[in-house]
Design a protein around this ligand. Structure first.
Ligand code: PRP
Ligand code: MN
Ligand code: MG
Length: 182
């Protein structure tokens, strides 16, 4: 068994910093959707932690749905090939939809999602992401709510995985290169 401590290089964002940021974003999101019904669309699996904590920080009445897409597989590089593993349960036509993501890396996943969901004629379609890597962007995407812009390093924790591991860490950390460089 590997020692988790040796796999992580550093803690990039603490649990306390995440909590404070989500509380801050929730106030803005509540204000934006005041008097409206909001549908949160979480992108499995990475967004589970953000979705759970953001939803509880919001005062608005929300409903939640989930989409499972995958572009990374087991590697550390985005392939750009997005697969739908699970579609939304409900029609979003006429709904106010907020996509909830853990991270925007190349932006390819979200770019694909925005055009896919956009074609279903929602009343509005916006994005909230906990993390974004400006230096990794391959496409330009308009994102309403961003928690943290981070450097272009491989990060894990708080939903983010490497080969499906580390999602349960309560903080965001950088992975030691030896873990993924073999
Ligand atoms: C990760 C992450 C985002 C996406 C961002 O998901 O959760 O959804 O990649 O990368 P991009 O901006 O380069 O497209 P992943 O495909 O690894 O699936 P997962 O959420 O199940 O881990
Ligand atoms: Mn994801
Ligand atoms: Mg992943």
């Amino acid at each position: 068994e590997k020692d988790l401590g040796a796999d992580l290089e550093s803690v990039l964002i603490t649990k306390e910093e995440i909590d404070a940021k989500l509380a801050e974003l929730a106030v803005k999101i509540d204000a934006e959707y005041a008097g409206k019904d909001l549908l949160l669309v979480g992108v499995l699996k990475g967004a589970v932690m953000v979705m759970a904590d953001l939803a509880r920080a919001l005062s608005s009445r929300v409903t939640m749905d989930w989409m499972a897409v995958s572009s990374y597989g087991e590697g550390t590089q985005s392939s750009g090939v997005v697969r739908i593993l699970k579609d939304l349960d409900a029609d979003i036509k006429g709904r106010h939809v907020l996509i909830v993501e853990d991270i925007i890396d190349s932006g390819l996943t979200l770019s694909w999602l925005l055009s896919n969901l956009g074609s279903r004629e929602p009343a509005s379609l916006r994005v909230c992401t906990l993390l974004r890597k400006p230096d990794a962007a391959k496409v330009d995407i308009e994102v309403e709510w961003v928690g943290f812009d981070i450097p272009n390093e491989f990060v894990v924790g708080y939903g983010l995985d490497y080969a499906e591991k580390y999602r349960n860490l309560p903080f965001v950390g950088t992975l030691a290169p030896h873990v993924y460089s073999g």
